[in-house]
Design a protein around this ligand. Structure first.
Ligand SMILES: [Zn+2]
Length: 389
């Protein structure tokens, strides 16, 4: 079998060149990775993702049937990146650029840097032939950045999940720290309806935006209530120890001379580990119930996406092993959601750990350093040796 053709940085450059912005095709990227890994001897499956042109990818090296204990390791990443429309980009975001130690490009940090490391390690393990005692998997999901949509499709297939080792490392940028908790992201749409009329004859209409004003105040009260909640995981989120409600978007009305018939309010709630959608919905519904009945009847609440929180037990094998390798004794939580929510809900044991820092991601001139890549590669090598050989 062939050795992997590219070093980690060169492979990263190839991956960055695929413009896999969320919601757009990732087929070319998946085809490239499948071909790259198959040449080395890995078994690759491209699976339906969130649409015809967006796929999930699973690659395996080592024994095919997981043993009863489901030993082995899954390296998991997402194939999509956030848009790169910011004017501050100093070059083409989809051409990896080198400046000193930095490798700059959209997705370099979140998270094609990790994906390049993972692909090369799976390729190398495959090229080494039959020496693996337990399986090593790569799981690449599409459309993570818009609500873990690809991972949700994957997790819905119980037979697919059952084939995987239970230990999953998700390579989100955590600056090399092991993260065993993250908040969820529950997205709601509140539709306020009214009746359109000429604004010169407002008594013939019912203003949806006027109604939305009261709904916004109810949401503010709900946010304040949620902000008073503490749980036993609050301590792991010192910057924001409560479920945070954000009114992120308002759209309403047709023209300045028309009484508006519609107003939509989009809300996100970052739930703590252990909390679920009904908690937030009950708090919000209780506030809405206090509105005048006439208005209450014109408000509809829909859950548009429910990305659950993640909580990996401190003594889970993957957490203990990775913490030991990086020399970390404390437990960490982060306030962003990831594919770990839906995958752990499906029964997998997930932690986040990866090179680069999240506050560099989703920004112009996103980068990873060569040093970060090399250090993360060493950690992955040790982890793979421990879990698969
Ligand atoms: Zn990410």
């Amino acid at each position: 079998m062939m050795q992997p053709a590219l070093d980690d940085a060169a492979l990263l450059a190839r991956l960055v060149a695929f413009e896999t912005v969320s919601g757009r095709s990732n087929v070319a990227l998946c085809r490239f990775i499948a071909d790259y890994l198959e040449r080395c001897g890995a078994v690759v499956e491209q699976l339906p993702g969130t649409g015809d042109d967006r796929l999930n990818l699973v690659a395996r090296v080592g024994p095919s049937s997981a043993d009863a204990a489901r030993d082995g390791l899954v390296l998991c990443g997402h194939s999509d990146v956030v848009p790169a429309d910011e004017p501050e980009w100093e070059g083409d975001p989809f051409t990896l650029r080198e400046a000193g130690e930095r490798l700059i490009g959209r997705g370099a940090c979140d998270m094609k840097g990790f994906v390049a490391l993972a692909v090369n390690r799976v390729a190398r393990a495959a090229a080494a032939g039959s020496t693996l005692r337990r399986p090593l998997y790569l799981l690449l999901c599409c459309d993570e950045e818009i609500g873990s949509l690809g991972a949700r499709v994957f997790a819905r297939n119980a037979a697919q999940i059952a084939l995987l080792p239970r230990n999953v490392l998700i390579g989100e940028p955590t600056a090399g720290r092991v993260v065993r908790m993250h908040k969820g992201h529950l997205k709601l749409a509140l539709q306020v309806s009214g009746r359109a009329a000429h604004s010169g004859l407002p008594h013939l209409g019912v203003s949806a935006i006027d109604g939305a004003t009261d709904v916004l105040l109810a949401l503010r009260r709900a946010a304040a209530q949620l902000a008073g909640i503490r749980t036993d995981t609050s301590a792991f989120f010192p910057e924001c120890p409560y479920p945070a409600l954000n009114v992120g978007l308002i759209r309403g009305g047709a023209a300045v001379n028309v009484v508006p018939a519609d107003c939509r309010i989009d809300v996100g709630v970052r739930l703590l580990p252990g909390q679920a959608a009904p908690l937030a919905l009950e708090v919000i519904q209780a506030e809405l119930a206090a509105l005048p009945a006439e208005l209450r009847q014109r408000v509809r609440v829909d859950v548009t996406n429910d990305n659950p929180p993640m909580l990996c037990p401190v003594d889970a094998e993957i957490h203990r092993a990775l913490a030991a390798i990086v020399g970390q004794s404390d437990s960490l939580g982060v306030s962003f959601a990831s594919d770990a929510g839906v995958l752990s809900e499906a029964g997998l044991s997930c932690v986040l750990w990866g090179p680069g820092e999240m506050d560099r991601a989703h920004r112009p001139n996103e980068y990873i350093t060569r040093g970060e890549l090399a250090a993360a590669g060493d950690v992955l090598d040790r982890l793979i040796r421990q879990f698969c050989f």
